[in-house]
Design a binder for this molecule. Structure first.
Ligand SMILES: [Zn+2]
Length: 303
């Protein structure tokens, strides 16, 4: 077989779609929660890789050279937005040499555009004091209703980029909605006895989560989002927990336990580690498992 013929055969194979693997849409996500939802919607038509891992603080991901290669090959980039990734993603994007995934371009999807955002600042945006939530709370994925809103945006973007698979993505989205609706009924029923319960959290990762389950955050161990605990604020939290008879302190797995344990001991509360993201520990492989684990841990602590 001569060379020209081999090349034309390869070209024909690629053109006809016989090399199916090569046609998968290459999706890169900033964190693992959008990645999980993209797998739900995209099925076997997408290859999804997350830059940040669920056991890392999503505000502070250490950049690696391998991330540049991921971004360079991406057909779609999904971000949580609201400046969650401001500390690490922009420099990577600048060096990625992939103009189609830059903010505002067709293959850049900011999922915060179509979800319910809590804690939006009323006045001017203020980053002083290191507030890492300047545009409202970016941990919005911790509400199943927002997970559906994210999945809808993902389905629309996938269909836009791969119109030939639009029906497939629409069917997968419907299936996801049915399954999360069923799971959510179970989560709500399990948590129902604890509606109105007050908790303290380390970082404000949980406003959407607690709103969904009718809980209340009475205070945070961080004096402001992103600011480490101070002795005076720690004392205030101890008093608050005692006065309001709060039983549970929720902390994320990537913070130091020292202050939460100290507060718990002085105030007579319990520290429970909950996972803000898919991949927060081994076995939390998707959005369903994340909620199963968190509801389960919280129930044990509240009982
Ligand atoms: Zn945060």
């Amino acid at each position: 077989m001569n060379r020209a013929l081999v090349f034309s055969l390869i070209a024909a194979l690629i053109g006809s779609g016989s090399l199916a693997a090569a046609e998968k849409l290459n999706v890169v996500t900033a964190t693992q929660d959008p990645a999980s939802l993209t797998r739900e919607v995209g099925g076997d038509r997408v290859e999804v890789t997350s830059i940040g891992k669920g056991y890392q603080d999503p505000h502070f991901i250490e950049p690696k050279p391998s991330f540049l290669l991921l971004l360079r090959k991406a057909d779609l980039l999904e971000v949580v937005g609201l400046d969650l990734e401001i500390g690490w993603l922009p420099p990577l994007l600048e060096q990625s040499r992939n103009p189609k995934i830059l903010p505002g371009a067709a293959a850049y999807l900011d999922l915060s555009r179509g979800v319910e955002i809590l804690d939006r600042p009323a006045g001017a945006i203020n980053r002083s004091m290191g507030d890492v939530h300047p545009f409202g709370n970016p941990h919005y994925w911790l509400d199943p209703a927002n997970a559906v809103r994210m999945a809808i945006q993902i389905q629309q973007k996938l269909a836009e980029l791969r119109p030939g698979d639009a029906a497939y993505f629409a069917q997968r989205l419907n299936d996801f909605k049915l399954r999360i609706n069923d799971a959510n009924k179970r989560w709500l029923a399990d948590m129902a006895p604890y509606r109105g319960a007050k908790i303290v959290t380390y970082h404000p990762s949980w406003p959407n989560f607690v709103k969904h389950f009718g809980l209340q955050v009475a205070g945070t161990i961080e004096p402001k989002p992103g600011i480490p605990p101070s002795p005076s604020h720690t004392l205030e939290i101890i008093n608050l927990i005692k006065q309001q008879n709060i039983k549970v302190i929720i902390m994320e797995p990537y913070f130091d336990r020292k202050t939460p344990d100290f507060i718990a001991e002085k105030a007579g509360a319990k520290v429970v580690v909950l996972y803000p993201s898919v991949g927060g520990k081994s076995g939390l492989d998707d959005y369903f498992k994340l909620f199963d684990a968190n509801v389960n841990e919280l129930l044990k602590a509240l009982k």
